[in-house]
Design a protein around this ligand. Structure first.
Ligand SMILES: [Mg+2]
Length: 403
């Protein structure tokens, strides 16, 4: 049976951090603004205003390179607590339109508005209303893509930034995607793109002309996904937070990793991020999942069950590391590493303030660190080494107080 045709919006704030910086300091509005790490160190650009992008500055670019391209840029280290505050306001606005809002990062979300026409009118009017409402309510510009799937809606929202609105009517997905570069597709990273280019496949349209069997031969299971995606077929649902079944994070490396120590460092960072996300959602989980994709696209997933639910990075890391050590064929190049937590339950309120028990102390410490990261950015706290659970006299007692 054909699933019902869906209407999905992807709402993406334009140059979000830089836009918030303009609100915090109107004197710099319209100027080239870069939010990012230390230009002296190995800091990277986390956001650049459109005036800075005009000079070629891009997200994830080393700060030193960005400042060579645009020496007059105004540099901000970031007001992460403010970004969080604005983000929550925007997400609250989106939830006024439908409960089916899936926040995918601090500045973007999918909305499933299938069947909402009677309430809100046709999707293009709804999309414009949302843009207007966010602009008036939060003074933030955003772009919206409208399509029948998450994949196409997301590509559409990125096409005419800033303040863009791109609607892909049902049935026109493949034609819409055809002229775009293959890199636009989810899951096509640098390595896959290089392999596709080597086969003479540069556009999604060219990819869509390749028989499914050939793609499966070249890319394994991922090939079947590519085949569907190249046609705009993507049946993944919009999953709101309250129905979330897992929290995960993964990273595709610019260059395949072969060093165990490097892998474990990235694994720890992923565990930190997943744990922080769990805590921000008020959730804990019992099942730790590891995802490992090798250079040849072979993908392995492994799971381990913890004796009780946790939202603590050291516990998650301990299990994820065990899975990695047991799974990774030492020295085999790894292109993607992922960590997930499932078996989710809500955090019992009582546990948050518990003293004397290691988990309670770790929870307090972790929340204090979340708070510092929210205020000063991800890089504010760097680990010197992998954390071990604290001894009796290394508790978080003099960490900053919880709000
Ligand atoms: Mg954005």
């Amino acid at each position: 049976m054909e699933p019902p045709r869906r209407t999905i919006l992807h709402v993406d704030l334009d140059a979000f951090f830089a836009s918030v910086e303009e609100l915090l300091d109107p004197a710099i509005a319209g100027k080239p603004i870069i939010v990012g790490g230390d230009p002296q160190g190995r800091g990277v650009v986390s956001s650049a205003s459109y005036a800075a992008r005009a000079f070629g500055v891009r997200s994830a670019m080393p700060m030193a390179v960005a400042l060579r391209l645009c020496p007059q840029a105004i540099v901000r280290r970031g007001h992460y607590r403010e970004y969080g505050r604005y983000s929550r306001q925007v997400m609250a606005i989106l939830r006024e339109y439908t409960p089916l809002v899936e926040q995918v990062s601090i500045d973007e979300a999918f909305l499933d508005v299938t069947g909402c026409e009677r309430l809100w009118g046709p999707a293009d009017g709804l999309a414009r209303a949302i843009q207007q409402r966010i602009l008036e309510g939060c003074h933030l510009p955003c772009s919206v893509g409208v399509a029948t799937s998450k994949l196409v809606a997301k590509i559409a929202s990125g096409l005419r930034k800033p303040q863009g609105l791109v609607i892909v009517p049902p049935g026109e997905e493949a034609a819409f995607l055809a002229p775009l570069p293959v890199e636009e597709l989810w899951g096509v990273g640098e390595v896959a793109a290089r392999r596709l280019h080597a086969l003479g496949l540069h556009t999604i349209g060219a990819l869509a002309a390749v028989p499914k069997e050939a793609l499966v031969l070249a890319f394994g299971n991922q090939g079947a996904v590519l085949y569907d995606h190249a046609r705009g077929i993507d049946n993944r649902p919009v999953v709101p937070e309250n129905r979330r079944r897992s929290v995960s994070n993964e990273r595709t490396f610019a260059q395949d990793l072969t060093d165990g120590e490097e892998l474990r460092k990235h694994l720890l960072a992923l565990c930190d991020q997943v744990a922080a996300r769990l805590r921000s959602l008020g959730l804990q989980g019992r099942i730790v999942g590891l995802k490992l994709r090798y250079h040849d696209f072979t993908t392995v997933t492994r799971r381990a069950t913890i004796d009780r639910p946790t939202a603590l990075s050291p516990t998650i890391f301990q299990h994820a590391r065990g899975l990695l050590d047991a799974t990774w064929r030492t020295g085999t190049p790894v292109r993607l590493l992922g960590v997930s937590i499932s078996g989710l339950v809500e955090t019992p309120v009582r546990q948050l303030g518990l003293f004397g028990d290691d988990d309670g102390r770790w929870m307090r410490l972790s929340r204090a660190l979340d708070d510092i990261r929210n205020r000063y950015g991800e890089q504010a706290i760097r680990r010197a080494t992998f954390l071990e659970p604290p001894g009796e006299d290394e508790g978080p007692d003099d960490a900053s107080p919880e709000p």
